[in-house]
Design a protein around this ligand. Structure first.
Ligand code: GLN
Length: 385
């Protein structure tokens, strides 16, 4: 095809392909063990698959309502009440989305205008900043502090201006595995009281939190919940990242704004899968054991790395483990990650890509949502490096 010969006025001139796509492609090309992009290598439950099959065969194959089917929103409402003790109205305060990333994009698109400022924390999930910029917003970067990737709230306070419209938080945190505590929530409430700041809380890893630490959802804090959008993910909870199903909940007046954009982005999401999820979610044993399941994976992976020269940075949530390699090499993390994939057959994510200034702490992210066998093979390689 002949290329376009006019000037392309790119809206994202400095953005390339997402690191997740890049590393997974490289892993496939080199037949490497892929611990880069976060996805499980084990199967979705048979029961859930049978439910999808059932609803497809029963003819639930046309458009769902724009907000999502009511039974699924009711099941989510019930779950939020059960876990966090808070009421969200299924009709007006919950919406089904095509994954967490779409929920995040649509929230930002609905609320952020030209020159609005949005505070995000680095290392940051790669979609936040580009979407803010696409909507004319200005990203203000706060850095999570070493060695444990915690938030310095005094620093954040100094970044707030009359133009600050949104703060995006993410706990359990991708890529670091750090988690926000009650003190963080109190600090955030103090900071946002009597302001117009909206909070976008990315809680897609809510069930993947370890060592008995409670997940501090912003919905538990009335001073925060009234200004917050909270994003959840069925992909993470039910090992089905390829289904691209998630949800968002917020007070009614914020949700009304969300729906204005959501309806023109995807209109609605996969119908039979929503019916299947509604049935499946009703049984809480389907998600209750998740924290201990993944904690065992984390512990197993870390134990297998006992003799390795990689340094383990404690992970308290998500299915990611950071490893520092400064005792092995002084290469840049991007170069090191590529070399490990090509020469050693193991793919990871270099954490510098999650920083605007590509800050390199010589740390790589590994996904441990894998069969024990995969973790054993991966650890065997890592221990040789
Ligand atoms: N959230 C997943 C990760 O961090 C990947 C999402 C994606 O591939 N866009 O690896």
């Amino acid at each position: 095809m002949t290329q376009f010969t006019g000037t392309i006025y790119s809206k994202l001139p400095n953005v390339g392909t997402s690191i997740f796509a890049v590393m997974t492609k490289l892993a496939n090309e080199h037949k490497a063990i892929n611990l880069s992009q976060g996805f499980p290598d084990f199967e979705v439950s048979e029961e859930l698959i049978s439910l999808v099959d059932k609803y497809m065969k029963k003819g639930y194959n046309q458009y769902a309502p724009m907000q999502g089917i009511l039974p699924l929103r009711q099941a989510i409402s019930h779950k939020i009440k059960e876990i966090y003790g808070v009421n969200y109205d299924a009709e007006t305060e919950i919406n089904i989305t095509a994954g967490g990333t779409q929920a995040i994009s649509s929230v930002i698109e609905a609320l952020i205008k030209y020159e609005d400022e949005v505070i995000i924390f680095e290392p940051a999930y790669d979609s936040y900043a580009p979407v803010v910029k696409l909507n004319g917003g200005i990203v203000k970067y706060a850095e999570l502090k070493q060695p444990d990737y915690h938030i310095d709230w005094n620093e954040v306070k100094k970044m707030v201006t009359a133009r600050t419209r949104m703060i995006i938080i993410n706990s359990p945190h991708n890529p670091s595995g750090s988690v926000l505590r009650k003190e963080d929530m109190d600090a955030l409430a103090h900071l946002t009281d009597n302001t117009d700041i909206i909070i976008l809380s990315d809680e897609v890893y809510e069930h993947l939190i370890f060592d008995g630490i409670p997940h501090e959802s912003v919905c538990k804090y009335p001073r925060l919940s009234n200004r917050s959008f909270i994003v959840g993910s069925f992909g993470k909870t039910f090992h089905a990242t390829g289904w691209k199903m998630g949800y968002v909940f917020a007070p009614e007046n914020l949700m009304a704004e969300f729906r204005k954009t959501h309806q023109f982005i995807v209109f609605s999401c996969n119908t039979p899968i929503q019916y299947a999820l509604a049935d499946y979610l009703a049984n809480k044993t389907h998600y209750e054991g998740l924290a201990s399941f993944y904690q065992q994976k984390r512990d197993y992976f870390v134990k297998l790395l006992d003799t390795s020269r990689f340094e383990v940075i404690p992970s308290f949530g998500t299915y990611f483990q950071l490893l520092r390699y400064s005792k092995i090499s002084d290469e840049k993390d991007t170069e090191f990650a590529i070399r490990l994939t090509k020469e050693f057959g193991i793919a990871s994510i270099p954490v510098s890509v999650f920083y605007q200034m590509k800050k390199d702490h010589q740390v790589l992210r590994f996904c441990f949502a894998k069969k024990d066998k995969t973790l054993e093979k991966a650890a065997e390689i890592l221990c040789r490096i």
